[in-house]
Write a protein that binds this ligand. Structure first.
Ligand code: SF4
Length: 112
């Protein structure tokens, strides 16, 4: 076991003060927890994958023109009464800026 700062572990074993950190095995970080280099890399990859996944989800929204989106309500149906509406001007399923008084074919009433 050795006490190595996380940046030293990721930078190939060189501490900020220029000394060589011990390599291999587990490391102790500030709070006394032990982490292996493999664990640190796995956490980094997980964070990276989560970011890519979130971006992919954002791109999967439907284009407004494909769901007959309009800037005005359809009868009593309007975006701010829809389950998918995200105030102040978003929608969980339709891309772009959404007018709270707009409407589209995916309208689903909020539960009462
Ligand atoms: S009516 Fe359509 S655009 Fe408006 S919030 Fe609901 S799903 Fe989104």
């Amino acid at each position: 076991m050795c006490s190595v700062t996380p940046w030293a572990a990721l930078a190939g074993g060189v501490e900020r003060d220029g000394t060589q950190a011990q390599s291999g095995g587990d490391m102790t970080i500030g709070n006394g927890s032990q982490l292996s280099r493999r664990a640190i890399i796995q956490v980094g990859l997980l964070v990276l994958a989560t970011g890519v996944s979130a971006r992919a989800e954002a791109q999967q929204k439907i284009a407004a023109n494909l769901v007959q989106y309009q800037q005005k309500p359809k009868g009593t149906q309007e975006c701010d009464r829809c389950l998918h509406f995200v105030p102040p001007d978003g929608c969980k399923v339709v891309a772009g800026k959404i007018n709270p008084k707009g409407w589209c074919a995916l309208f689903a009433p909020k539960p009462k």
